[in-house]
Design a protein around this ligand. Structure first.
Ligand code: KG4
Ligand code: ZN
Length: 340
């Protein structure tokens, strides 16, 4: 069984082939960074157009890389949502047309479910149930994963997602797109004790209230205010980035710790683009040692959007008996995980 995974929900076009016997055979990613950089953020129309340019060359590339022909494929898995409608449509139409031509099934995959499940690709010993902290550009959620396709959202963000907060905070400090990952580098390079700088007492939003929900927009506003009053040079940028990152990481760790204790589930998966944040990975790993449990993280390159997660989610669903139920080209820009 060889499954082609296709990802096109936002600003990465990506493909991978996962094989029942051989595991992940190969994967390729095209980042649209250069397309969006002049605009300071993702422009949906440009994203769709670029996916159209990339899909066929990427298919040829992943086939060449794995030494396979398209006739060796037995199924296709494609991201059907959530994401940008135009971007999703390009991948979905491509997947369905290819599947029709090859007379093989094409399965609609939930992007966030794929982000979660890819941790199992490198850690096959993980069994349900497990807790997930999903932190991406659009989502910050604590999820109890009970079984494949059975997810309960325990906590959600009331406003900005963690990745969005990283990106917006970066922008207001003059850090260029893609801000989040670059802000994290500034933070790591300025590992100072915040109490020794002028940036004291950054809020840890909603941690002194019960519950597992998040809110990051106040923190962003706080940074904006402190930045405005600062010297606005590299020293201020570094110290502020570090103070901001520490506040986000602490907040996520406090809520994750609460979810672990309340549920008694001692396995935690970190998923989504912010999962590439080194400080967060370390802090959650320390938390799970304290809680006598274990943290599972995808390899760095599979934290951000990729084709391997889509191919692997398709594989797990096929193994569970899921088939291609309709010939409709399915895209769901808004698709709650609990109804996947
Ligand atoms: O999962 P993802 O690739 O796309 C979505 O589905 O949203 O996540 C992208 C998000 C962006 O907001 C980006 O700034 C953030 O992940 N991100 C990071 C890091 N690398 C990517 N945030 C903090 N630290 C990082 N190292
Ligand atoms: Zn994503």
């Amino acid at each position: 069984m060889r499954i082609l995974g296709i990802e096109s929900s936002c600003d990465e076009t990506a493909m991978a082939i996962y094989c029942h016997e051989g595991g992940l055979l190969g994967h390729v990613v095209h980042s649209q960074l250069e397309t969006h950089r002049p605009h300071g953020g993702v422009v949906p129309e440009l994203a769709s157009r670029d996916h159209l340019n990339q899909l066929l060359p990427l298919l040829m590339e992943v086939l060449a890389k794995t030494g396979l022909s398209r006739f060796d494929l037995s199924s296709i898995a494609y991201t059907a949502g959530p994401g940008l409608i135009g971007a999703l449509l390009t991948g979905a139409c491509f997947a369905k047309a290819l599947a029709f031509a090859l007379d093989i099934p094409a399965l609609a995959i939930h992007h966030l479910e794929a982000h979660i499940l890819v941790a199992i690709l490198d850690n096959p010993e993980i069994e349900f149930p497990f807790m997930t902290l999903l932190v991406s550009g659009g989502h910050t959620q604590l999820i109890e994963a009970r079984a494949l396709g059975d997810y309960r959202i325990l906590g959600d963000t009331l406003d900005d997602a963690a990745g969005e907060a990283f990106d917006k905070t970066a922008k207001l400090m003059g850090i260029p797109y893609p801000g989040g990952a670059i802000l994290a580098k500034w933070a790591d390079a300025h590992d100072v004790d915040v109490s020794e700088t002028s940036f004291k007492a950054f809020p840890r939003p909603m941690t002194n209230r019960p519950g597992l929900d998040f809110s990051f927009s106040g923190l962003k506003t706080h940074v904006a205010e402190v930045w405005r009053m600062s010297t606005q040079d590299d020293a201020a940028r570094g110290a502020l980035a570090h103070a901001f990152q520490s506040a986000v990481v602490d907040t996520l760790v406090i809520k994750a710790s609460r979810a672990i204790r309340d549920s008694g589930i001692r396995k935690l998966i970190l998923a989504g683009g912010v999962g590439a944040n080194r400080a967060l990975r370390q802090a959650l790993s320390d938390l799970m040692v304290r809680e006598q449990g274990k943290l599972y993280v995808p390899r760095m390159e599979f934290c951000t959007d990729n084709g391997a997660m889509v191919a692997y989610a398709g594989y797990l669903q096929i193994m569970q008996g899921k088939t291609d139920a309709s010939h409709a080209i399915e895209v769901r820009p808004r698709w709650p995980l609990c109804s996947s």
